[in-house]
Design a protein around this ligand. Structure first.
Ligand SMILES: [Zn+2]
Length: 210
């Protein structure tokens, strides 16, 4: 049974993955920021097997967890955004709407489905969501992926990896550098000129440079 169930943001309509512990709470939509009340799952089939975690149990459990580190997550990759999975010092996979996940095969990027051997099966990875507004990169959201085989999810179903994301993380200087270089390859200069916030967050400022 999945620990997630899907709801929709009433404001922007994006599909979101909610956790059972979110039931009865109001969270922010990760896409548009609107308040999203998390109702009971639509049918009991989805909560089957969730012994002892009725609404009261969940409410009690979440009341004892005032610090909500787990937020609502999109259930689907956003068509107009871009996604990158970074290893220690290289880009492992990229996603662009319509093309699906592609993996780094050394000479370039090729469909994940037919190049599974290029996917590392362990390690710690950074899942980077490049939020785009009108085609301009506007924000970066970075989550850790470390569970074994989580990366293989990109072969089976392009959205499945969203259920494997762990806590938010930051990119290392090496990762910032590879992502910056890749963005310079894929975006025209005039687009990058308008993506200052994202580029600023990727620029590596040496501690002694001021
Ligand atoms: Zn929304």
């Amino acid at each position: 049974m999945s620990e997630f169930f899907q709801i929709r943001c009433p404001a922007c309509g994006v599909k979101l993955n909610a956790k059972f512990r979110h039931i009865g709470k109001t969270k922010n939509c990760p896409k548009c920021g609107a308040d999203v009340f998390v109702p009971e799952p639509p049918n009991s089939l989805e909560s089957g097997g969730l012994q002892g975690a009725g609404a009261e149990g969940v409410a009690a459990a979440s009341a004892s967890l005032p610090n909500e580190s787990i937020s609502l997550r999109p259930a689907q990759l956003e068509f107009h955004d871009r996604y990158f999975i970074l290893g220690k010092d290289r880009i492992v996979a990229v996603w662009q709407g319509g093309e699906g996940w592609k993996v780094n095969v050394g000479s370039g990027f090729a469909p994940a489905r037919s190049n599974q051997t290029a996917i590392p099966d362990n390690g710690v990875f950074a899942f980077v969501h490049l939020v785009c507004t009108d085609g301009i990169p506007s924000a970066l959201e970075i989550h850790r992926i470390s569970s074994r085989g989580a990366l293989m999810a990109i072969v089976r179903d392009e959205n499945a990896v969203l259920n494997r994301l762990e806590e938010k993380t930051e990119l290392s200087p090496e990762q910032k550098d590879v992502l910056m270089r890749y963005m310079r390859q894929i975006y025209m200069v005039d687009v990058l000129d308008q993506a200052k916030d994202v580029l600023d967050s990727l620029s590596i400022i040496e501690a002694n440079s001021v």
